[in-house]
Ligand binder design. Structure first.
Ligand code: URA
Length: 434
């Protein structure tokens, strides 16, 4: 067997078998297959897709490339959550403490920034000393002790995904249903949770732009989850504009903290309560979704979600003072408003432009292994449906490098579109697949 024939086979739209998939993954992981050959294979998959059996095999091979964590020593039904990503998606940071405070053990495995979207692990690293690379033993004992731990897949959890994820980020191969499904589900299977709640985002700011593709991704992941005996829900949600207002690592942590302080943007709150209520149902804490929402609202209002987040930060050696006083989180040196040249109702905010601009400010990676700037980003001042007057700010840019600001300032203006008539509100939650 050789990698060139495997690439050729996928290039010619043929089906890969289990040993070919294992050969490619193992070779890439141990270094005998270089980045450029794996990139060619990923691009062939991007163009020609995979059938369900191939996706399932790819998922299982990636999951088995490292350790499958045994969480059976933790009492209760362990529930993990994952989002396919989007601009301003800081859901995990607010949601995990809420759900853990409600009594659900949450072993959460997160990723880094991908393409135009941020990643939870990078965001959490804006908290000084926060460790996302716990050992498996430490991960398990943390969930036992405080009901939650959020780690990256740096330890031996689906290492094949870890390596391929970084390569996809810089080779234009992210938005592929087989690659997304196998990336997410391999981590979830290796992570060992009993139940999964998956947020599949669709729209401008997501990786998938079309509703049918989102459904297809959701269905594939739910089927893989079920065939691994995990109760799995996929919630399809709209990502037409950024979630919340803040985009950029430490700015997003600050916004998630606002929600934990019982404030924060309404769309962020809505998605957290919705996903959280499914996590509570999956864990058997409530039977009805509306009871889950009620319980989570109470947990936010009485401060126990915020307290739980402090426990998580403290347990992972992060600086809790920054949670008590978010102004101590990394701050950019400069900020500037982008003012509107027109008046009207905002009808569209092109989330992808906002995400890409944030990346160009330094918040994301252009090349594998690039350092990122945790303090920079963009805070929207207007969202769809808001009225804006001429010269009123549409967004505020936080930056450290004037050249980078100059590079993106015009594109931010282009991201906003207005109209004379108030646009109709669209739902955030589109469908649940179970
Ligand atoms: N999140 C992941 O973990 N993998 C993807 O491919 C996309 C989002």
């Amino acid at each position: 067997m050789d990698i060139i024939s495997i690439i050729e086979k996928k290039k010619n739209r043929l089906t890969l078998n289990e040993s070919e998939i294992d050969f490619a993954l193992n070779g890439y992981l141990e270094g005998s297959i270089p980045d450029y050959q794996m990139s060619a294979l990923l691009m062939a998959i991007w163009f020609n897709g995979m059938n369900y059996q191939e996706i399932n095999k790819l998922t299982m091979s990636m999951a088995k490339s490292g350790e499958i964590i045994d969480l059976s020593s933790i009492p209760g039904i362990k529930v993990d959550k994952h989002s396919t990503g989007g601009v301003g998606d800081k859901t995990t940071i607010a949601l995990i403490p809420m759900v853990a405070a409600a009594g659900v053990p949450v072993p959460k495995i997160s990723g880094r920034a991908l393409g135009h979207t941020g990643g939870t692990v990078d965001k959490l690293e804006s908290i000084a000393n926060f460790k996302t690379d716990l050992t498996v033993e430490n991960f398990i004992s943390s969930v036992k002790k405080i009901n939650a731990s959020i780690i990256g897949s740096t330890i031996n959890i689906a290492p094949a995904d870890h390596k391929i994820y970084a390569l996809r980020d810089v080779t234009g191969t992210i938005n592929s249903i087989p690659l997304m499904a196998s990336s997410i589900m391999s981590k979830k299977i290796a992570g060992g949770a009993d139940a999964l709640v998956l947020n599949v985002t669709v729209g401008e700011g997501a990786f998938l732009n079309n509703f049918e593709d989102a459904i297809s991704l959701g269905e594939i992941m739910v089927n893989i989850g079920k065939s691994n005996h995990k109760k799995t829900y996929a919630v399809i949600s709209s990502m037409e504009q950024p979630l919340g207002y803040a985009v950029g690592n430490s700015l997003e942590v600050q916004e998630a903290l606002e929600l934990l302080n019982n404030k924060g943007p309404s769309d962020l709150k809505e998605i957290c309560l919705f996903l959280g209520s499914y996590m509570l149902m999956a864990a058997g804490i409530v039977n009805k979704q509306k009871d889950g929402i009620k319980l989570l609202k109470k947990i936010i209002a009485n401060g126990s979600a915020l307290t739980k987040f402090m426990e998580i930060v403290d347990n992972q050696k992060g600086n809790v003072n920054q949670i008590r006083e978010p102004k101590l989180l990394p701050r950019a040196k400069y900020k500037k408003d982008i003012n509107s040249p027109f008046r009207g109702f905002v009808k569209k905010v092109e989330a992808r432009i906002i995400g890409q601009s944030t990346m160009l400010l330094g918040a994301g990676r252009m090349k594998k292994g690039d350092d990122i700037d945790l303090s920079v980003g963009i805070v929207l001042r207007k969202k769809i449906g808001d009225w804006v007057n001429e010269k009123e700010p549409l967004a505020t840019v936080y930056y450290n490098d004037k050249k980078k600001y100059d590079l993106i300032k015009d594109s931010i203006l282009k991201a906003f579109h207005t109209t004379d008539k108030r646009p109709e509100g669209k739902p955030l939650i589109l469908k649940v697949i179970s």
